[in-house]
Design a protein around this ligand. Structure first.
Ligand code: ADP
Ligand code: MG
Length: 584
């Protein structure tokens, strides 16, 4: 007898469940997709204990025939495709025929369904044991209940987080799907236990206007202020809404991408968005983005991720360019002002601060708390060392304000410097000059930093190890998904190498996706290093640090490179001040 044998179906399903069902949010997503594929007018979702106790999804779509119920919960059984070629033009959200079988393996799954001219029926799957089909007096459509997720798999149950955390993931899955399908009415309710009556968190009427659905989810204040964008390059088109620069966010939480009714993640496209906002946002701040792409089915592969979270485009650079161009042209067309404009005193604009839009649980922290407070600030920045070798030759009197600006008297007025922007530029210029001169000072790490990477990042590192090395970052494989960083440029100061690598990877991903050449890649790495290593807004500086920055700014002023990114300073001329105070 050989030792190889075919696995029983229950084991196959259990393995698949590991990929498809990670947590209640995955159940919400799969059940919503199934409901949407049945062309309903309305879907109601109810959760208990963040979905750990129960996820119930009720739709009024086409239903499942009683005789088909056992197949619906069988692996690799689907009504959505027949032949392999169908995979090339998937028109439904589901197609793998895995979700219900996987979910039934790790919970108690109850399905009730009725097709328009049939009789209702129900089936239960309890930890993989499929029960008999029984008649049921349900309405047309389908109700799916998932009780006690991972109740029969203690090892996986142990990995679930507190109900509150699971709830926030599950409601996020709901929000993403609801955004992708404004034409379907949707509701979401949550209760802490079966005894609790619960509360309705979202009640979204069907609409043909995407802005309305966004406003219903995130509030009319946000909806009203969004800027519409639209572009088409003949094959690919994009439509959606982006936030005004002044409505920026501390996180990427309000950045949503969709293709063919599917939410997806894509670093390259988000990088194009960042590029478009360059100069309009303070660094570290994130724009609000809702973008939906339309392209021929054969130009996008949705079958690359078990949970269908990622898609692959045939020509990623095309989307990159389209996004960049559509946003840029919109911003140039007007109505978008940078907040770095000199203030006009006679017509001082009222600062409208849109609060963080929080569809879920309110966060205890303010957006600004993402920036470290002076006491949390790390060790001195790299340029302090430069400063020590020179005597103070600062003749201007420079003052730090609001822990982010430095104000200096200049020849003909007042100069206001953005400490982060200036330091970032300085570091970049210094890095660039040293690389060009072949004299980049590299600091070997006494204790190499370990970094666990996802497969995409791992591949990028392999591809661009040479580029990273040119910029002083030596990254070596360490087995599996782990790499070690053994050196970084001395100019990066005390910024952890792992942070530098992550920043640089994001940029490399986008630049190489957009077809950037070797020179552009090194440049992007240097920009990433400078951005990460620079002091941040919110860092309180010593007078010596302030003076060093001010003194070094001539390096930026004298650099022959065209300015990259947002301005580092602005000047209020004395004339302008005189005029404002009506001295002339
Ligand atoms: P897939 O969605 O990939 O086909 P699933 O395991 O999610 O696989 O579902 C299996 C089948 O069950 C679907 O192909 C569909 O025919 C049927 N089904 C599941 N949920 C519903 C629903 N809410 N309404 C109608 N049919 C459904
Ligand atoms: Mg499905």
């Amino acid at each position: 007898m050989g030792r190889i044998h075919q696995l029983p179906m229950s084991v196959v399903n259990r393995i698949a469940a590991g990929e498809v069902v990670e947590r209640p949010a995955s159940v919400v997503k799969e059940l919503l997709e199934n409901a949407l594929d049945a062309a309903p007018a309305r879907i109601d979702v109810a959760l208990e204990q963040g979905g750990i106790g129960l996820v119930r999804v009720v739709d009024d779509g086409g239903g499942i025939e009683a005789a088909d119920l056992p197949l619906a919960v069988t692996a690799h059984a689907t009504s959505k495709l027949r032949v392999a070629e169908d995979l090339e033009r998937i028109g439904t959200l589901g197609f793998r025929g895995e979700a219900l079988a996987s979910i039934g393996e790790v919970s108690r799954l109850v399905i009730r369904s009725r097709i328009p001219d049939g009789t209702g029926a129900t089936i239960t799957v309890d930890g993989g044991n499929v029960g008999d089909v029984m008649p049921d007096g349900c309405a047309v459509g389908t109700t799916v209940e998932v009780h006690q997720l991972f109740g029969n798999v203690p090892a996986r149950r142990a990995f679930l987080r507190a109900a509150q955390t699971e709830w926030s993931h599950a409601s996020d899955a709901f929000v993403r799907t609801a955004l992708a399908h404004p034409g379907v009415a949707l509701s979401l309710s949550h209760s802490s236990s079966s005894a609790d009556k619960g509360r309705r968190v979202h009640d979204l009427p069907a609409t043909d206007a995407w802005r309305t659905r966004i406003a219903d989810l995130f509030g009319p204040a946000l909806g009203d202020r969004l800027i519409e964008v639209e572009a088409d390059d003949g094959e690919v088109s994009v439509h959606g809404f982006v936030g005004r620069p002044e409505d920026d966010m501390a996180s990427t939480r309000l950045q949503y991408l969709f293709v063919g009714g599917r939410p997806f993640r894509d670093r390259s496209i988000l990088h194009a968005v960042q590029e478009a906002y360059r100069g309009l946002l303070l660094s570290g701040r994130q724009p609000i983005v809702f973008l939906s792409f339309d392209l021929p089915p054969e130009a996008v592969d949705v079958n690359v991720h078990p949970a269908k979270m990622e898609v692959r485009f045939r020509e990623p650079s095309r989307l990159y360019r389209l996004v960049l161009a559509s946003l840029r042209s919109r911003f140039l067309a007007g109505n978008v002002t940078t907040r770095l404009e000199p203030p006009r005193i006679d017509a001082a604009p009222i600062q409208v601060r849109i609060p963080e839009f929080e569809p879920f649980t309110p966060r205890a922290t303010s957006p600004e708390s993402a920036l470290s407070s002076p006491s949390e600030r790390g060790p001195s920045p790299a340029w302090e060392r430069d400063e020590q070798r020179q005597e103070s030759v600062v003749d201007e009197r420079a003052v730090q304000m609001h822990d982010r600006y430095i104000v200096v008297e200049s020849g003909d007025g007042i100069e206001v410097i953005d400490q982060h922007a200036l330091h970032e530029r300085l570091l970049y210029e210094k890095l660039k000059a040293s690389v060009a001169a072949g004299g980049l000072e590299v600091q070997p790490l006494l204790v190499p930093e370990r970094l666990d990477l996802d497969p995409v990042a791992l591949e990028l590192i392999g591809e661009h190890a040479g580029t990273l090395e040119q910029a002083g970052m030596r990254v070596e494989p360490f087995g599996g998904s782990t790499v070690i960083v053994t050196s970084k440029p001395a100019l990066a100061g005390d910024t952890p190498a792992s942070e530098l690598v992550r920043e640089v990877l994001d940029r490399l991903a986008a630049t190489s996706a957009a077809g950037g050449g070797a020179g552009m890649l090194v440049d992007e790495v240097l920009h990433g290093l400078a951005c990460r290593a620079a002091i941040k807004a919110g860092n309180r500086l010593s007078q010596a640090e302030v003076d060093a920055l001010v003194r070094d700014r001539r390096i930026v002023q004298e650099s022959h490179h065209c300015p990259h990114g947002r301005p580092t300073s602005l000047t209020l001329s004395r004339q302008e001040l005189d005029r404002q105070f009506r001295r002339t």
